[in-house]
Design a protein around this ligand. Structure first.
Ligand code: PMP
Length: 396
């Protein structure tokens, strides 16, 4: 008997429910960052997290190229062994200055940051209060930490308060939230979270994966935009989205960083990223801080796209995030919507459960500063026509 046969059966079930995922090849169009290639076809990319259009920026590529020649290809070991090359420390200084925080620590990516930091801060006997739509990496960090997982309803501060009260006697308490939620583009009620953290003596951790680069005068994130940066104990951000490269960071006190160097397992037990990546991030970070026009353009285009989709008859949530979901509901229909968009020259990905709740499968559109008004206007016309053809939109 083949002990692996169960996988085939499980995969069949996934496929029957229109929930099987597959890898599709998307190649960049170097000179046109708002597009990707699928096979021979060039598609308008409306599903990228490269919000500021920096992923193919020549200055970033040049810095990475030069660093490859001076620093070599790989770092050869974890940072605690012999992988802690000068670009790491330089970048951490740059991050701390940019974020106006005591200290910063670079991580390989956002997923490892969230699992590593949560695992380092809490364990059995502690409790983590987490918004139910927080990113999977936060959930995985909580599960791995063995702390109690107290999930509060999305953005529901009354529910969080009830849970804080219920678990008030736990040893350590950590509240964790995405600043901007990745699949809806809505914002966490950060002011209320700060007030509750104070009232109940909890630590507060905010993940700025989708708000770093986008909000704040120099792209510091939503906490800075709201003047709350000093009230957040653990500030997480990624360089894989708005900054166009890869990697992630933590900002906090010297003590927090010292603790993480000792306890964050993904930092300790994984090889340091190639130094050339750090060089690219450093350039991306410099560009994000000074090229305000990219943020201005992004907001103008996001607003335009949202209003065009609304005018076309779609229900679009309020807000100014470049993440613009169109909820379809049914999984199979969402896949058909995605296929029809691709046939019309638009890459926009269907997001299905378990990434989003059952019955809320969606096309997650995202706008980039690399797009133009005309591209978004034309795309909306195509999206509208497909919506009508598939019966997702009423003819009117
Ligand atoms: N946090 C959030 C909110 C995210 O959306 C993501 C990535 N989609 C991550 C963390 C993980 O970041 P990375 O891609 O750098 O691993």
């Amino acid at each position: 008997m083949n002990t692996m046969n169960w996988i085939e059966k499980e995969l069949e079930l996934l496929a029957e429910a229109s929930l099987e995922r597959s890898l599709r090849r998307s190649s960049p169009v170097i000179e046109s960052p708002g597009y990707i290639m699928r096979g021979e076809r060039v598609l308008l990319n409306l599903s990228s997290n490269d919000y500021l259009g920096l992923a193919q920026h020549p200055a970033i590529i040049e810095r990475m190229r030069k660093a490859l020649l001076t620093e070599g290809a790989g770092s050869g070991a974890s940072r605690l062994v012999t992988g802690n090359r000068p670009p790491y420390e330089r970048l951490e200084e740059e991050i701390a200055i940019w974020q106006k925080c005591e200290a910063a620590l670079f991580f390989a990516n956002g997923y490892m940051t969230n699992t590593g930091v949560i695992g380092a801060l809490v364990s059995r006997g502690d409790v983590v209060f987490s918004d139910q739509w927080n990113h999977a990496s936060i959930t995985d960090g909580i599960v791995g930490s063995r702390a109690e997982h107290a999930r509060y309803r999305h953005r529901d501060m009354a529910h969080l308060r009830t849970l804080l009260h219920k678990y008030r006697d736990k040893r350590r308490k950590l509240i964790v939230t995405d600043a901007v939620f990745s699949m809806d583009g809505d914002q966490a009620p950060l002011r209320e979270l700060v007030a509750l953290k104070r009232e109940f003596g909890a630590m507060l951790m905010v993940d700025e994966a989708h708000s770093g680069g986008v909000y704040g005068k120099r792209g510091e994130g939503l906490c800075h935009e709201l003047g709350l940066q000093d009230d957040v104990d653990i500030h997480v951000g990624t360089f894989s989205k708005s900054f166009g490269v890869y990697g992630a960071y933590i900002c906090g006190s010297h003590m927090l960083i010292r603790w993480l160097i000792n306890k964050a397992r993904p930092l300790i037990y994984s090889t340091a990223l190639p130094p050339s990546i750090l060089a690219g991030i450093s350039e991306g970070l410099a560009l994000v801080q000074v090229q305000h026009w990219r943020r201005e353009r992004l907001f103008a285009l996001s607003e335009l796209f949202r209003s065009l989709l609304r005018a076309a008859g779609f229900t679009i949530s309020v807000g100014n995030s470049p993440i613009v979901p169109v909820i379809v509901g049914d999984n199979a229909m969402t896949l058909r919507f995605m296929g029809a968009l691709e046939a019309e020259g638009i890459a926009a990905v269907a997001i299905r459960p378990p990434t989003v709740p059952d019955g809320t499968a969606r096309i997650r559109f995202s706008v980039s500063a690399a797009h133009t008004e005309k591209e978004l206007t034309d795309a909306t016309e195509q999206i509208r026509n497909i919506g009508i053809q598939l019966g997702v939109l009423k003819r009117g």
